[in-house]
Design a protein around this ligand. Structure first.
Ligand code: SAH
Length: 356
């Protein structure tokens, strides 16, 4: 489907059940038909209106004329030889690309979803920032990454992390609709307690999210322990400084009772010395928050370096200050499972033959 064709049509997979009810009634149909269609879309995962066998033929035809079911197409799929992690490069209806990573943990299957095509935030170490921002993903396109991956693998997702390409709080309304859809009892019915949202720190949106009390876990990409060093690597810190961010995180915990996780990419010579560990310990204090250390993944264009050992050494420095930190398992390291790397590659070699 081309951009123009789909633009004229209704993105039915993004509609909430009440919006679908309103639309179906406008077509002169009974309200309960909406629930049937919602179930076809979100439980049976129908990709065509034709297959919705308990709807009348005229209704199916009307839906096909007015709506489209927005699924992504698998452009590439990489499988890690080390740990079975899968990485998908999905092509969207308008020819843009996003990445999705599917990982197996002891507790079940976890999926890392993209929320935007590119990103505006400009973090210095991130491949998504280098490629620039194109557009927000629609709710259907965030959901579609799950539906397509589950179909392809035959496995069910048990937890979701919004940690792929994009800043989820910069696409707030669509991400909120996605959460409504993925947790709808008439649909997938996933508990929002199994969702983690990662943000670089858009403070007003963190506050708004807290007020919604959705039960999701908030993960904050901190990466530096003071304003000076954080502003250098994360421009968002110039708008919402580190103290405002930590206060918002505390408030999130007070309101929701959900513990915050801080992400900290250890970068040799930038944020990994004793002084950084001291400042970090002071900043987050004994709030019961957890620190996840990630050896920075070097991207071609950036000089940053790290190793598992530096991350472990930094964890030991934090432990001495009473801060509990773990070094994150780097699943899929051999398939460039870090943010935005595959999408960049694909846009550089658009002629590549589809391998799927
Ligand atoms: N925009 C959101 C979510 C996407 S990034 C956020 O900032 O949290 C997901 C995580 O990967 C973030 O913690 C981000 O800082 C981290 N990340 C990005 N590039 C990285 C790299 N090269 N090495 C290690 N972590 C990286």
């Amino acid at each position: 489907m081309t951009d123009n064709e789909s633009n004229k049509k209704k993105d039915i997979l993004s509609l909430s059940l009440s919006e679908l009810e309103e639309y179906i009634q406008k077509l002169g149909e009974k309200k309960f038909r909406a629930k049937q269609i919602f179930c076809w879309l979100h439980q049976k995962r129908a990709e065509s209106f034709e297959s919705m066998s308990d709807l009348s033929k005229p209704l199916r035809e009307r839906l096909s004329e007015e709506c489209f079911i927005n699924y992504p197409v698998i452009e590439r799929k990489l499988a890690s030889k080390k740990d079975g992690t899968l990485k998908y490069l999905y092509r969207l209806y308008d020819g843009n690309y996003v990445e999705t990573v599917f990982m197996e943990y002891k507790t079940g299957m976890s999926i890392c979803l993209s929320t935007q095509v590119g990103c505006k935030m400009g973090c210095r170490f991130c491949a998504s920032a280098i490629a620039g921002y194109v557009r927000d993903l629609l709710p259907s396109e965030i959901l579609g990454q799950i539906y397509k991956t589950e179909k392809d693998t035959g496995k069910k997702v048990s937890s979701i992390v919004l940690m792929g390409i994009g800043e989820p709080l910069d696409n707030f309304d669509n991400v909120m609709r996605f959460l409504e859809l993925v947790s709808a009892p008439e649909g997938t019915g996933l508990s929002l307690r199994h969702v983690t949202l990662s943000t670089c720190g858009i403070v007003p949106r963190i506050n708004e999210l807290a007020e919604r009390k959705l039960g999701i876990t908030l993960s904050i990409s901190l990466h530096a322990p003071d304003n000076k060093s954080r502003s250098e690597i994360m421009p968002v810190n110039r708008t919402y400084n580190i103290n405002e961010l930590i206060s918002a995180a505390r408030r999130y915990f007070e309101i929701t009772g959900r513990r915050i996780t801080y992400e900290y990419a250890v970068i040799d010579g930038v944020n990994s010395d004793d002084a950084s560990a001291g400042k970090l310990a002071e900043l987050i204090g004994k709030s019961g928050s957890h620190v996840n250390l990630i050896p920075v993944n070097s991207v071609k264009e950036r000089e940053y370096r790290s190793s598992r050992r530096s991350a472990e050494e930094f964890a030991a420095k934090l432990a001495k200050k009473g801060i509990n930190a773990t070094v994150r398992r780097t699943l899929g390291s051999d398939i460039e499972a870090a943010c935005g790397q595959l999408r960049r590659e694909a846009s550089e070699c658009m002629n590549e033959v589809k391998d799927n």
